[in-house]
Design a protein around this ligand. Structure first.
Ligand SMILES: Nc1nc2c(c(=O)[nH]1)N[C@@H](CN(C=O)c1ccc(C(=O)N[C@@H](CCC(=O)O)C(=O)O)cc1)CN2
Ligand SMILES: NCC(=O)N[C@@H]1O[C@H](COP(=O)([O-])[O-])[C@@H](O)[C@H]1O
Length: 311
């Protein structure tokens, strides 16, 4: 019964429990136990998330809960839960809704994709603040038009009013930011911010790292280098951020073909289309606490369909 009550907080339309709107509500699910070699997951900075929760946690329970619960969540958000077996059910683990900061320097199409996923409910997180070194860039304009606070960071010639690194850390803490997402941000993130947000800063890069990465490799420069090299494949990489450009742990990649007559613009458009999908999927996993770290330090994403498998 307790399991059903907890589950109903996620799927509110089951007959015997009060209806609770799904949006912006913490929820919990029952899932089968992990094998003993389970990896600790990336935890939010916020205390209410059980530290080093060892249960696989997943939101969209459609096929996820095989072996314990099977949920059918209709488009309207209503769903019915059919308890399968009650044995071997672990205590529920509540996944808190995550608070996100996005850093941009340009148009912000990846930022828009993430914000739209949050608004439509597929992303269990909210973009609370946009950080940029260019106050008039497209990403900052989108943020202002959508009521998202814009913070100027990185003192540049044309932007003397930017925050210092320590002031930025203080500001992000005041927003209770859990994760930082770089999306076309073109300045080096200082060690102070990386230490304050350990294993909590992601970046998307438009090539298959470690190839075509590092200082000087950004925007169209990347695609021009890929084409000039004769590489037959390219694609986006999402990685954790460390003190150097593009050397942090690789979390996800997608592959696209490089065609013999591709222009840099055509390749850029093909890669960007994959970026938009990949970044949303990765941030969904991050917010659902499905990112785990292998013993050798490689980050992995636990499958939504089968918590014992990795993407
Ligand atoms: N500490 C880190 N900071 C940043 C990382 C990172 O991995 N670690 N990723 C970059 C994003 N990026 C590639 O994904 C990247 C961005 C910019 C550059 C670069 O060479 N920038 C130029 C300045 C460009 C400008 O101001 O217009 C430079 O530093 O000379 C390389 C890679 C974000 N930050
Ligand atoms: N090395 C960093 C880098 O080149 N990042 C790239 O900047 C573009 C930003 O587009 P967006 O502003 O439309 O999201 C994206 O293609 C991203 O991979």
């Amino acid at each position: 019964m307790e399991a059903q009550q907890n589950l109903s907080r996620f799927c509110p339309k089951s007959s015997s429990v009060p209806w609770i709107p799904i949006v912006k509500q913490p929820f919990s699910l029952q899932l089968p136990p992990l094998p003993s070699s389970s990896y600790p997951s990336v935890q939010s900075q916020r205390p209410e998330v059980p530290s080093r929760a060892f249960h696989p946690i997943s939101i969209a329970a459609k096929e996820t809960c095989s072996g314990v619960w099977r949920l059918r969540c209709s488009r309207s958000g209503s769903s019915t839960a059919e308890p399968k077996e009650s044995h071997n059910v672990r205590a529920p683990v509540t996944v808190t809704r995550k608070k996100l900061a996005v850093f941009v320097s340009g148009g912000g199409s990846n930022f828009r994709s993430i914000h739209e996923a949050s608004k439509r409910g597929s992303l269990h997180g909210d973009v609370l603040v946009l950080v940029t070194n260019k106050s008039e860039c497209g990403g900052a304009e989108y943020a202002r038009n959508n009521g998202i606070p814009v913070i100027l960071f990185s003192k540049a010639k044309g932007e003397p009013n930017g925050l210092s690194p320590s002031n930025l850390v203080d500001t992000l803490r005041k927003f209770e930011v859990d994760f930082i997402l770089l999306a076309g941000y073109l300045k080096l993130i200082p060690a102070e911010l990386i230490q304050a947000y350990e294993r909590s800063i992601l970046n998307i890069h438009p090539s298959l790292l470690p190839a075509f990465g590092g200082k000087g490799y950004y925007g169209m420069k990347v695609h021009k280098a890929v084409i000039a090299s004769g590489a037959r494949f390219s694609g986006p990489t999402i990685h954790f951020v460390d003190e150097h450009y593009d050397t942090g742990g690789i979390l996800a990649q997608r592959v696209v073909p490089v065609l013999a007559n591709d222009t840099a613009e055509e390749l850029a458009a093909r890669v960007l289309k994959e970026e938009h999908q990949l970044y949303v999927e990765v941030v969904e996993a991050l917010c659902e606490e499905r990112v785990v770290w292998r013993e050798d330090g490689v980050p992995l994403i636990r499958s939504k369909e089968n918590p014992n498998k990795f993407c």
